[in-house]
Design a binder for this molecule. Structure first.
Ligand SMILES: C[S@@+](CC[C@H](N)C(=O)[O-])C[C@H]1O[C@@H](n2cnc3c(N)ncnc32)[C@H](O)[C@@H]1O
Length: 353
């Protein structure tokens, strides 16, 4: 049991990082066949071999042994998904994105995280993820810290039990209070998740003053706390190798180095008013922001970072990323646009490799 569990753990870590057995063999000098037999629990590796594996995988020894035999827990491949519905969610393009991703990379970066459909499906071993929306970023952080996690669950269960139309609007109004920002993160996180589940269409939208303004979804019952999913999210996100930041994309990718992988999924360029620079405002992601992003993309490219970027297939975007690989894909989006086909919108996936 011990060997099998250790083997499973090693395999999960290796696959999460995206290293093949062959590559690991080259990095450690341990024969590939031997690595395969260790992963299958067929042989007992020496401490020296385990040390070599941990060094090559850039994973602390303690992480390799982070499993419990007593509880009969075999460390699993995570099956987690977003805990909130978010505009621009990437679930439907996941297969294509995964097909176009590099097979091996160091740290995973996703600076426009949103609902995190790609990140949470990949569950990379080392990651830096960020979003400008501080409410959302602190919701992720509430999954990371064990005390905050418990507080958030207690609050969510309270929201579920009290749910009705009046209660929804009472919770929605909380951010109008001048002391709202001083509330503890897990309380704000539970509010965000509850509102996201209970509101119309599962949206996050704020008005010009920054107040949440989506009407109620008029649901009889709201299930905001999903115990299995939430426990798995907590278990995964609490790893010290997962960094969650709140803030601008440029800062979030500052530490990316050669061999790392960055997936950019920014707010999209609009099909309307192409080349109209007046759409820019401080808080929206207009043409000037798209240009700033393309400059960051080009700087990272020079450093040897693997890069992937999603956006609408507009002339403005294809011109900005001229010279990189541009693949056109189709997505169903519930928005009015001049994309091709009924309900189909043309998007691009741009890569530099
Ligand atoms: C298209 S959504 C990402 C969708 C996400 N990939 C998903 O699957 O749900 C874009 C995200 O970028 C965030 N954002 C907007 N401006 C930003 C900025 N300057 N830096 C970082 N994040 C930003 C928004 O808050 C939003 O969550």
């Amino acid at each position: 049991m011990l060997l099998e569990t250790f083997g499973n753990r090693l395999k999960t870590i290796r696959e999460n990082i995206g290293i093949s057995q062959l590559k690991l063999s080259e990095l450690t000098g341990v024969m590939r066949d031997q690595i395969s037999r260790i992963e299958n629990g067929q042989i007992n590796p020496t401490l020296e071999t385990v040390y070599k594996l941990s060094t090559a995988l850039e994973t602390p020894l303690s992480d390799l042994f982070d499993f419990s035999i007593d509880d009969n827990i075999v460390f699993k491949q995570y099956k987690i998904k977003p805990f909130v519905k978010w505009a621009g969610g990437k679930t439907q393009l996941l297969d294509k994105i995964k097909e176009l991703m590099p097979k091996e990379y160091g740290t995973y970066y996703e600076p426009f995280l949103g609902g995190g459909a790609v990140f949470l499906n990949l569950t990379p071993n080392k990651a830096v993820v960020a979003d400008y929306n501080s409410e959302l970023a602190s919701a992720y952080s509430s999954f990371k810290n064990s005390n905050d996690y418990q507080t958030m669950i207690t609050e969510l269960i309270k929201h579920e039990a009290n749910h009705n139309e009046d209660y929804y609007y009472k919770v929605r109004e909380m951010d109008r209070d001048e002391n709202y920002s001083k509330l503890p993160n897990p309380i704000k996180a539970a509010r965000l998740i509850y509102l996201n589940k209970a509101c119309f269409n599962g949206l996050y939208r704020v008005n010009s003053k920054g107040y949440f303004n989506v009407p109620s979804g008029k649901k009889e019952v709201v299930k905001a706390y999903q115990p299995e999913l939430f426990d798995d999210l907590h278990e995964y996100l609490r790893s010290p190798n997962i960094t969650i930041l709140s803030g601008d994309f440029e800062k979030a990718v500052e530490s990316a180095k050669k061999g790392d992988f960055v997936y950019f999924d920014p707010p999209y360029d609009t099909f309307d008013e192409q080349n109209n620079f007046t759409t820019y405002t401080k808080d929206s992601f207009g043409k000037e922001e798209q240009i700033r992003l393309s400059n960051v993309f080009k700087e990272l490219d020079k450093k040897g970072v693997y890069l992937m970027l999603s956006n609408h297939n507009t002339d403005f975007i294809t011109e900005l990323y001229k010279g990189f690989n541009i693949e056109i894909v189709h997505a169903r989006r519930a928005i009015n646009s001049k994309g091709s086909g009924r309900g189909n919108v043309e998007e691009v996936i741009i890569t530099n490799y």
